[in-house]
Design a protein around this ligand. Structure first.
Ligand SMILES: Cc1cc2nc3c(=O)[nH]c(=O)nc-3n(C[C@H](O)[C@H](O)[C@H](O)COP(=O)(O)OP(=O)(O)OC[C@H]3O[C@@H](n4cnc5c(N)ncnc54)[C@H](O)[C@@H]3O)c2cc1C
Ligand code: SF4
Ligand code: SF4
Ligand code: SF4
Length: 1014
């Protein structure tokens, strides 16, 4: 029952819409300020012959199944509705054939669903209800009239099925609905409620055409024979007199073209063979067929065209969905669909009408429409955060370029295809190697909003939305204050942080993750000097002192956090200056000495005492005589494991090389240098090598391919932008001082994490190099741990507890010295943890755990911003792109194609809105689970309202089934099922509050018999 959708009656739908509008200023979760208001009278005639206020709308897919989905698409700007496909297999039979979850649009889209999961009769009712609701509400809300909207039928998949009673009557009744029960039901409801409507009049009702649809898109199954396709299209033209478009598969491009294009764009992991390409409609047959169909359409006074394209079938290889094959859509499909559009429009000199789907979004919609292709439909973009509200931007952009259908401009289309094939935005690497954005926190039943960048992304939980907003508004002082709470190296991290926060940023699923690092640096540049001048060393609150060994990022962070909270700290460093790797190893072209010094001064002004050039043979026992606590933060400076089996002595270690380059006036490496490795350190080595006088070539040698390099995409991009060579699929074997011998490799199967293994080919190449640098990961020098009696584990690392305390009481190990090479921000995070434990022992407070809010975000403004794709803005204004996810998340409500997750106002909670799940609208597509930033799944973990006993019994969700007035069957968080009556104090407080709010304000969500007012 969980995936069975239960459509609302027309009366219920309308009461819900009008009541929610009155109460919350929204309809099915879409706020009034997200409605799209077209310029009155600005219409075009599209290639189907429809008069449209915008040539944009939802594709036949998950968003055009239920009437409420179609309605919200309209409200936000869609004016061409390609209705979900109907065919002879429907209802339960179809549902049984669709494994769930059936959608995964984490990046490029995949699905394993096909036609409507309702029965054909139910689907029909939904489309007519949507048509009527749009007619009434469009006029009522001043959004236009229903005759400015195209309702395009989508049918499949064979002629026999089309002629079956149910599909045949569906088509006939879409052409003329006047005699159908649902049309009469809608008519009667509107007649009865005319008095309550302000702008929709009796005349509007009388003139509402019963012709819901005048066009059809034929969806064809893979492998459908050409003559069958032609027979169906002929039938639709000649027997049904519908403007007819045939949806083509990208397989028309031929296997090799599709494979090469996808490989070039980084989708080499997509697995598909030439089977469908061989079995589907062939290009030459298609051309002849389209010519015949165009001629027939002309003879009938109708239009014929093609829809490009259907999805591309690929194998399930990484457990994306619980099926064997899935259908690819989204940004990876765009280059294929557009290439096919170009080929076909050249073939037909631009006169073959093309409607389009496949990777359209706000960044390309204008360019696509400007070629003359129209209308365009979307599915993947509106399954991502923002959801249907993305139509607002799509339609606003579309009207800037829309014109009546006049054929396709081949030159423009050719230029667009060139652009797309070379545009980074369509390359896989644009997603910066991030897979899921989910974090590992359990999804709470209530109060679930969180900013995943800060909570789950940033290891030091910086107050990201806060400093983004403050910086964007130009308040650097307050912004820097917010940053400095958690971050002891704001400038260094503003330059060098690999930004794990970005991997969780909601904007990653909208357009591009926010550049937190750049904003942080802007705030530091604007306010850090003044901040330093104003520092007054805090009073000492205890006599206990702390010794820190190592003045790298970890040691300095610990020192600052301790000193800020009232402890006396002394730092013992063996080198002459502070900041360890950052100062002595990381190349100067990445960070300047002045920038490092600026952060060091934060610690100095706080009153941290530093001792440089110390004896490295520290003794914990000695230190403990003076200091109550000792923190060892000595980093990871040991040699990398050898990258070759033979000739290890000839390999120059990465840190040794970078030390020489940075501190000894440069390294002597000859003319040709190889760097073995693919992490961030390897990137620094190859870029440094290239800058050394006399070096003619610096090359990265890696046994996999670029997409599998562990370095951040940013660092790899820098190497690419400097034109440095990458020798991929070569595994080094030996080096004799002049020749590096490598085995050639090929990519093998994916492991559980999706990373592909490598397989040796048994063939070898010899490459001449003067120097080979090994950058395969530094090791921790563990001798000092042993010497000081710290218990050790694998690889000699110190054994520590949760607070990083070693086996010796009061002695902590943090930073790279704890686990091996990591990052600066993780070093600061380690410091926070150890300092928290030390302060607790001293009964002192921790200032970084209190979080007073500095900004009060405007919810109205945040809602208005949602759904808008905005290209990254360099500098301080970048913060304006932030969606302040901690104030309003509601992502699960936006991405649900069925509006089955709703946000309601419930007094007494921290979050302004609470999420309730409506079982009766959910088909378990899984999409909300993909995008909720918590580990949990909203459709399983949120308080659920059930509409039938079967659905309640078939679920394990916590929630309520209304029985009769005031009585409920409830399932508690511990899964216990109990009867509940209004007024009884037998529910957990949070459930009780949510139910009270629903009963008071949202009873329309409790379906018949309680809530329905129809
Ligand atoms: C080439 C390279 C590039 C990198 N790029 C980045 C980057 O872009 N972004 C990023 O976040 N991270 C980067 N890292 C990693 C980052 O620099 C480290 O994770 C970070 O510096 C770890 O801080 P730490 O304090 O633990 O160690 P370290 O920085 O190594 O500091 C340890 C300090 O302890 C001192 N010390 C060691 N032994 C003793 C002793 N016996 N007595 C006294 N003092 C001692 C050392 O001299 C040193 O000053 C990079 C690392 C390398 C090697
Ligand atoms: S949009 Fe803003 S609040 Fe949301 S994850 Fe990104 S930076 Fe954080
Ligand atoms: S609630 Fe989630 S699983 Fe259910 S239909 Fe909506 S997005 Fe899909
Ligand atoms: S996606 Fe929904 S359930 Fe998840 S945190 Fe956001 S509002 Fe809560």
């Amino acid at each position: 029952m969980g995936d069975l959708m239960q459509p609302l009656s027309f009366g219920h739908l309308m009461c819900w819409a009008l009541e929610e509008l009155r109460l919350d200023g929204s309809i099915f979760g879409v706020k009034e300020n997200q409605f799209w208001r077209p310029e009155p009278g600005r219409l075009i005639t599209d290639s189907f012959g429809d008069r449209l206020a915008s040539p944009v709308g939802p594709a036949a897919g998950p968003q055009t199944q239920l009437a409420n989905n179609i309605l919200v698409a309209y409200l936000t700007g869609a004016r061409f509705m390609e209705l979900k496909t109907v065919q002879k297999i429907d209802g339960e039979e179809l549902r049984n054939a669709v494994p769930k979850p059936c959608i995964n649009v984490e990046d490029e889209g995949y699905n394993c669903e096909w036609s409507t999961e309702l029965t054909v009769a139910e689907a029909y009712d939904e489309y007519v209800k949507a048509y009527f609701a749009i007619g009434v509400l469009g006029k009522e809300l001043g959004l236009g009239t229903v005759d400015e909207v195209g309702f395009n039928i989508s049918v499949g998949y064979d002629l026999e099925g089309l002629k079956s009673d149910k599909v045949n009557s569906f088509i006939d009744a879409m052409i003329d609905a006047s005699d159908t029960p649902v049309f009469r039901e809608c008519h009667a409801w509107v007649t009865e409620h005319l008095g309550e409507l302000s702008h929709f009049t009796r005349e509007d009702l009388d003139t509402l055409s019963p012709q819901v649809s005048r066009s059809v898109t034929l969806s064809i199954m893979h492998g459908c024979p050409a003559d069958e396709i032609e027979r169906i299209a002929m039938y639709l033209l000649t027997e049904k007199h519908l403007n007819t478009f045939v949806k083509c598969n990208p397989t028309l491009l031929g296997y090799q073209f599709a494979r090469d294009a996808l490989d070039r764009l980084g989708y080499d992991y997509l697995s598909f063979d030439d089977r469908h390409f061989a079995e589907d409609l062939q290009y030459a047959d298609a051309i002849e067929m389209f010519r015949r169909l165009m001629a027939e359409a002309e003879a009938c006074g109708l239009s014929f065209g093609i829809k490009l394209t259907n999805t591309l079938p690929v194998d399930v290889r990484r457990r994306e969905l619980p099926s064997e094959e899935m259908y690819m859509s989204g940004r990876s499909l765009l280059p294929l669909s557009l290439s096919l559009a170009l080929r076909l429009s050249q073939e037909f000199d631009g006169v073959l009408p093309i409607s389009f789907s496949g990777g359209v979004d706000a960044f390309n919609v204008k360019e696509i429409l400007s070629t003359g292709i129209q209308p365009v439909t979307v599915a993947t973009t509106i399954l991502k955060p923002g959801g249907v509200t993305r139509f607002r931007q799509l339609s606003s952009l579309a009207v800037e370029v829309m014109t009546d259908h006049h054929g396709i401009d081949g030159d423009r289309l050719a230029a667009l295809v060139d652009d797309v094939l070379s545009d980074e935005r369509y390359h896989k690497r644009y997603r910066e190697k991030v897979h899921s954005r989910k974090t590992d926190s359990p999804l709470p039943l209530t109060d679930c909003y969180k900013a995943p960048c800060e909570d789950g992304g940033c290891p030091i939980q910086q107050r990201i939305p806060e400093y983004l907003k403050l910086t964007a508004s130009g308040d650097f002082t307050e912004a820097f204050d917010a940053i400095a709470f958690d971050n002891t190296a704001p400038t260094i991290l503003g330059v060098l942080c690999p930004e794990p926060c970005r991997d969780r940023c909601t904007r990653l699923d909208v357009d591009q993750a926010i550049d937190m690092r750049g904003v942080k640096l802007a705030a530091a540049d604007g306010a850090q000097d003044a901040f330093i001048e104003a520092i007054v060393p805090p009073a000492l609150l205890t006599d206990a002192k702390v010794a820190i060994i190592g003045a790298g990022p970890a040691g300095i962070a610990a020192a600052m956090f301790l000193r800020r909270n009232g402890m006396d700290v002394e730092v013992f460093e063996k080198l002459e200056g502070p900041y360890g790797i950052v100062r002595y190893i990381i190349p100067g072209f990445r960070i300047t000495r002045e920038q490092i010094e600026r952060d060091y001064q934060l610690a100095v002004h706080l009153g941290v005492r530093f001792h440089f050039s110390c004896d490295p043979d520290y003794s914990v026992e000695e230190l403990k005589k003076t200091f109550a606590h000792v923190i060892i933060a000595t980093g990871s400076w040991g040699r990398c494991p050898s990258p070759v089996r033979e000739g290890q002595d000839h390999i120059l270690d990465a840190l040794e090389f970078l030390w020489q380059a940075n501190n000894e006036g440069g390294a002597t490496v000859g003319r040709r240098v190889a760097v073995i490795g693919a992490g961030d350190v390897a990137m620094d080595c190859v870029r440094t090598a290239r800058r050394i006088a006399g070096v003619q070539e610096a090359v990265l040698v890696y046994r996999r391919t670029e997409p599998y390099m562990p370095a951040t995409q940013h660092e790899v991009n820098l190497v690419r932008s400097e034109g440095l060579a990458m020798e991929e699929l070569l595994a080094p074997i030996s080096y004799d001082g002049t020749t590096l011998r490598c085995e050639e490799m090929r990519l093998g199967d994916e492991d559980a994490s999706g990373r592909r293994g490598v397989v040796g080919l048994g063939t070898f190449v010899d490459l001449p190099f003067d120097t080979v640098i090994g950058a395969t990961g530094a090791t921790v020098e563990t001798g000092p741990y042993a010497r000081n009696g710290l218990a050790q584990k694998a690889r000699g690392l110190a054994e520590v507890d949760m607070s990083f305390q070693s086996s010796i009481d009061g002695v902590y190990v943090i930073g790279d010295g704890r686990l091996g090479p990591s990052t600066i921000v993780h070093a600061v995070a380690d410091a926070k943890t150890a300092v928290r434990a030390i302060l607790a022992k001293e009964h002192l407070c921790v200032d970084y755990d209190t979080r007073p809010a500095k900004v009060e975000p405007d919810q109205h403004e945040v809602h208005a911003r949602r759904g808008l794709l905005i290209a990254a803005i360099n500098g301080k204004a970048e913060g304006d792109r932030c969606l302040t996810c901690d104030v309003i998340c509601e992502v699960c409500t936006e991405v649900c194609p069925n509006r089955a997750n709703v946000a309601i106002t419930v007094p007494g909670f921290a979050d302004p809105r609470q999420i309730v799940h409506l079982d009766g609208l959910c088909n378990e597509c899984g999409n909300c689970g993909t995008f909720c930033p918590h580990a949990g799944l909203p459709y399983k973990d949120k308080i659920t309202i059930f509409w039938t006993r079967d659905a309640f019994d078939d679920s394990t969700n916590t929630g309520f089934l209304p029985l009769n007035a005031g009585a409920y069957l409830t399932r508690m968080p511990d899964r216990a099922v109990r009867a509940h009556r209004a007024g009884q104090q037998d529910l957990p407080e949070e459930m009780s509050r949510v139910l009270a709010a629903i009963e008071k304000d949202y009873s329309f969500m409790l379906a018949a018999p309680l809530g329905a007012t129809s």
